[in-house]
Design a protein around this ligand. Structure first.
Ligand code: DUC
Ligand code: ZN
Ligand code: ZN
Ligand code: ZN
Length: 484
């Protein structure tokens, strides 16, 4: 049975135009005027946009002595209800290595997911086994690896481990993703704050200030440049981090930057709230920043130095947050957002004139589809692409509230925010999974999206790359050939 989305304006990353969209089975069959289909989906007064892709979620992730409470079922249901049709979730290996962990993530997702999905696999140490397993991971359709420069004693990797892994990524055609905060400094400052009697959630922000992030971003980029591989910096929260990214881009280094919807719209005043629960709910890393950093992040999205808007959806219940009642270092780090990302970005980004509707599509879907090497199957409205489409009603509004959300968490960091811009319908591979009277989409209907290796490399005009030039021998350390 075919479907036609009728009467709307197609909004892609590059242009907007009035057209109907015809869907046959799971894919887009045609785009144009007056198309006919068995079922008509009304888009009068609405926009037709590519389904959102959230490149950064943590569903059912063991972390900080507990496990994120959002399940694959509740998380992907929340996603599609907000217009997101694909999530990319982080696999965290235990002692059994990368492949056992990838199996676990695949099993949970295959059983429960309402949306399509993919994975990034985390590298939390370095060994011959990890070196070998990375090739198998890429063969299984996962071409991105995550590195944590923070969470000392748990997930954190050192510079030599990152360099080894980044070189392996370069050889395999994969892109390293990095959580960039100086983990040694954070750990030391946490101890210092606790021993001076500062144990509340406000101290969480003191323990990881913007310079701690900026330094780590610069270091991650330096290591990526030396390894000759592009690098993707997750949750860029402040000007110091953004500035390090801009500086590298200026040198010709391929760096991607991802701000979160939370850092774009919420600030550190939240931690000054006298209600411990309110502040603890908002503890995530990096923390919310002084509001002045938001202008830098918006400017990056406008100018193209930052590329994607994600959520880092890592949702813990209030009961779990209370693990850190007397010690802020034990408050599980993370907030939700996967359900509200598009509406909040539309309201605070497009309605305010900061972003055009086309830029909105670019940073919520198209750009990440290109970076992840799944474009134009995802992130585009073209014949042959997956029919992951949202009929977006820019006039529909609501007040965000935990009382009405699909997420199973008992609070929402955007509580009380009035948003405009909501999905009238969400279609995932041609199936209406959200909209008028649609029951909960069937858990397990979502599919794994294979991602092939990239050809992308870094050949920047930085000192590292002068090495191979057949010039007069220059023996200064700066010109020492690396890997030659
Ligand atoms: N930051 C969080 O706040 N939660 C999950 C992991 C992370 O890096
Ligand atoms: Zn992180
Ligand atoms: Zn508040
Ligand atoms: Zn994360």
């Amino acid at each position: 049975m075919s479907k036609v989305i009728r009467g709307g304006t197609v909004v892609a990353a590059d242009r907007s135009y009035e057209a109907d969209v015809l869907i046959e089975g799971e894919t887009i069959a045609a785009i144009g005027p007056d198309l006919r289909g068995d079922q008509v989906i009304d888009a009068e007064g609405a926009l037709i946009i590519p389904g959102g892709i959230d490149p950064h979620t943590h569903f059912e992730m063991p972390f900080m002595g507990t496990t994120t409470a959002e399940t694959w079922e509740s998380g992907t249901y929340a996603a599609v209800s907000g217009g997101t049709t694909m999530v990319v979730d982080f696999v965290i290996p235990g002692e059994d290595g990368l492949l056992v962990a990838l199996d676990q993530w695949e099993e949970r997702a295959a059983r429960q997911a309402c949306s399509d999905y993919s994975f990034h696999v985390s590298i939390t140490g370095w060994s011959k086994t990890i070196f070998d397993e990375m090739e198998t991971v890429v063969g299984r359709g996962v071409n991105t690896f995550k590195h944590f420069m923070a969470y000392k004693g748990a997930l954190m990797v050192n510079d030599d481990e990152m360099f080894a892994s980044f070189q392996r990524c370069a050889a395999l055609g994969a892109i390293p993703f990095v959580h960039a905060e100086n983990g040694d400094l954070v750990a030391a400052m946490q101890q210092k704050l606790m021993s001076s009697g500062l144990s509340g959630p406000e101290a969480h922000a003191y323990s990881r200030p913007p310079d701690v992030e900026g330094e780590a971003v610069n270091r991650a980029i330096t290591i990526a440049d030396a390894a000759g591989v592009p690098v993707y910096i997750v949750h860029v929260s402040c000007e110091q981090a953004h500035e390090a990214i801009r500086r590298a881009q200026h040198k010709g280094i391929r760096v991607y930057g991802e701000p979160l919807i939370q850092h774009l719209t919420l600030d550190e005043c939240e931690y000054a709230n006298p209600d411990w629960a309110h502040a603890a709910q908002r503890v995530m890393s990096p923390p919310f920043r002084d509001a002045r950093h938001q202008a830098s992040l918006w400017a990056g999205l406008q100018s193209g130095s930052l590329h994607t808007v994600a959520t880092d959806h890592a949702a813990f219940t209030m009961e779990q947050k209370r693990l850190g009642l007397n010690d802020f270092t034990r408050i599980p780090n993370g907030t939700g957002g996967v359900e509200d990302r598009l509406s909040v970005l539309w309201t605070r980004g497009v309605e305010t004139g900061r972003l055009t509707p086309n830029e909105f599509v670019a940073v919520t879907s198209t750009n990440i589809a290109k970076i992840l090497n799944i474009y134009p199957r995802k992130g585009a409205i073209v014949p042959g692409a997956d029919a992951d489409l949202v009929v977006w009603d820019p006039k529909a509004g609501k007040t965000i509230s935990a009382a009405t959300q699909k997420s199973i968490i008992d609070y929402n960091v955007f509580e009380g925010m009035q948003v405009s811009g909501l999905p009238r319908y969400t279609l995932s591979r041609g199936e209406i999974v959200w909209g008028d009277g649609v029951a909960t989409p069937r858990p397990g209907r979502g599919k794994f999206v294979r991602r092939e290796p990239f050809q992308a490399v870094n050949r920047a005009l930085s000192t590292w790359k002068e090495l191979t030039a057949p010039r007069a021998v220059n023996r200064s350390p700066e010109h020492m050939p690396i890997g030659v």
